[in-house]
Design a protein around this ligand. Structure first.
Ligand code: ATP
Ligand code: MG
Length: 561
């Protein structure tokens, strides 16, 4: 049983169980994932997606996808498309329930009129600076605006004037009339509508005014019949406001439940900063494989399952915790181990010539595609006189614990033969350029009939048959665990100059010849790799997803000590 098979109980499920017992929502469980289309989704969003869709699935309920598109100044169709694509790719289905807060602009406008009519909202014409001043501070209560006691008729007229473009941006705001001395700043007559001179991706130029996120979010949930509005902790202080709107407008009241955002080490999850990385060209785009975005992780070679398992593994919590990036890598490795075919590839080639192997002989050695999956079958790999092995797998003067190839030593070439190093060839500067070996023809397939053992098995490719490709090796995007923790420092200072290392050419066994973008492999003994969309028919490009070495378990052990 793996970590992700365990049904996880958590405080959110406890609340839902309680509701189901008391009959609060008649046993209904309806959640939603509510992104604002102002950037691409990242791994933190993935946690929220898995949580919302996962809970609906677990309770036989439904989960909507709803775009909270209330700020046209920052929102774009490109983001809407990317987000829907990513949620689908993660394997979730919102059926016919793809919604937009902008679908509700008419209804929201009517709700605002309703509050105005009941004397619970007013049009304020204080300047933005004055409004700030009147608002007070955490320690000082605010002051009532001189416009606060306008009549309902006057407010209705002015609100309509706002809608029709009779005011410029910043000249008038519709505010809820709540309490300027509330200890909760969100309750000090919060703005409901502001004037924005912007083209909306969906409503075009129809509206001059747009509802504030806080005026749209709770009511959108209510309109959709959402039972459990799961959101992140920073909205706990907004909950009384959402409650106030729902109560005063007198509509269906979902239960808001807050959980902690996840933060992942060696990366950033702030959309504003991710946009900056893209716009300033620190990365090649939203889908740069170093980005913590779903698009980046996909291109890097992550599977949807690995991301879902990660989200399950991390779970939900009520206090902000840190997630090691190695935990994300762990789930990638765990999933790729069972799903990706093995091939042999040499990243740093060293030529190896088998002197007693016939010049023109090519043998097609049988190789297992995936020892974790019997159905993955077998393939053949060509073996010949001249091979490449990994430079690191040879040492002329090996230290005690180095068991791989060395002068006079015999090792196994995986699926090939036992070979013994007989000579080392160097250039004028003393660099090793080639090894000469002999092989034992009795050891075909890599096993000695006399039972003699070797201490190492090396991967290899046949020099004449291998295809040349490019490998992109990624490291953490930042050198600091928390690049944006220190407010005095620019997070860009911590960009890792070695986050990308390109190796070109590398040599890969010919079976990958027709691989397509997105195909995933394990390069034996090295790492998992995925074919990048930059690949051409002439040259494949491989992204290193993760190496084979697990670092997360090690970190956990160290932490326990
Ligand atoms: P902003 O609202 O500042 O644009 P955001 O990261 O909150 O940025 P949203 O589009 O509002 O982005 O997020 C959609 C959903 O994903 C929200 O419910 C939000 O709480 C959740 N979410 C965002 N970041 C994380 C995170 N790091 N961990 C868990 N959930 C997250
Ligand atoms: Mg948000």
């Amino acid at each position: 049983m793996t970590d992700n098979d365990k049904p996880k109980s958590n405080f959110i499920r406890d609340i839902i169980d309680e509701h189901n017992k008391s009959g609060r929502f008649e046993g209904r469980v309806h959640t939603r994932f509510p992104p604002e289309p102002n950037g691409y989704l990242h791994i933190g969003h993935a946690a929220s997606i898995c949580l919302n869709f996962g809970i609906a699935e677990a309770y036989g309920g439904l989960c909507n996808l709803r775009f909270d598109d209330t700020n046209p100044a920052k929102e774009e169709q490109e983001y809407i498309d990317a987000i829907t694509h990513d949620v689908k790719w993660l394997g979730y289905d919102w059926g016919d329930r793809l919604y937009f807060a902008s679908d509700y602009f008419d209804e929201l406008y009517e709700m605002a009129q309703q509050l105005i009519r009941e004397g619970k909202a007013y049009v304020d014409e204080l300047s933005p600076e004055e409004m700030r001043e009147y608002r007070g501070t955490l320690t000082k209560p605010g002051k009532d605006s001189p416009y606060r006691n306008r009549s309902a008729e006057e407010n209705l007229e002015l609100f309509e004037k706002m809608k029709n473009g009779g005011f410029k941006a910043g000249e008038a705001v519709l505010r809820a009339k709540i309490d300027m001395s509330s200890g909760n700043m969100n309750m000090r007559d919060p703005a409901m509508y502001r004037i924005l001179d912007a083209h909306h991706p969906r409503t075009g130029d129809k509206w001059k005014i747009y509802p504030m996120y806080d005026f749209a979010h709770g009511q959108s949930d209510s309109i959709e019949g959402i039972t459990h509005s799961i959101c992140t902790l920073e909205y706990a202080d907004h909950r009384p406001l959402y409650d106030w709107y729902l109560h005063n407008i007198e509509i269906f009241h979902p239960q808001q439940i807050e959980f902690a955002r996840i933060n992942v080490t060696y990366t950033i999850l702030s959309k504003r900063k991710l946009i900056q990385l893209v716009q300033e060209g620190h990365v090649t785009g939203w889908d740069d494989p170093r980005m913590p975005t779903i698009a980046g992780l996909r291109r890097r070679g992550y599977t949807p399952d690995s991301i879902r398992n990660f989200a399950d593994g991390v779970g939900v919590s009520k206090s902000n915790g840190v997630v090691e990036i190695q935990q994300l890598e762990y789930y990638a490795r765990q999933n790729l181990n069972t799903t990706s075919n093995r091939v042999m590839a040499v990243l740093n080639p060293l030529k190896l010539v088998i002197e007693n192997y016939p010049d023109d002989l090519v043998e097609h050695m049988e190789a297992v595609n995936n020892p974790e999956d019997e159905l993955a079958g077998k393939r053949t790999v060509p073996f010949s006189k001249t091979l490449y092995i990994e430079h690191d797998d040879f040492m002329e003067d090996p230290p005690k614990k180095f068991y791989r190839l060395a002068p006079g030593r015999e090792v196994r070439l995986r699926y090939g033969y036992y070979v013994t190093c007989t000579d080392v060839i160097k250039d004028d500067e003393g660099n090793i350029t080639e090894l000469r070996c002999s092989y034992d023809p009795e050891t075909k397939g890599g096993y000695a009939p006399d039972g003699r053992r070797v201490k190492a098995t090396l991967h290899w490719v046949s020099a004449d048959h291998a295809i040349q490709a490019e490998a992109r090796l990624y490291n953490h995007l930042f050198t600091a665990e928390f690049p944006d923790k220190d407010a005095d420092k620019d997070f860009l200072e911590f960009l890792n100059p070695d986050s990308l290392l390109v190796l070109d050419p590398i040599y890969v066994e010919p079976s990958v010849q027709n691989a397509k973008a997105g195909d995933r492999f394990q390069f034996e003994r090295l790492a998992y790799f995925a074919v990048d969309p930059d690949s051409t028919p002439e040259k494949l490009v491989f992204n290193r997803t993760v190496t084979l070495r697990d670092q997360w378990k090690k970190i956990q052990k160290k932490k326990k000590k």
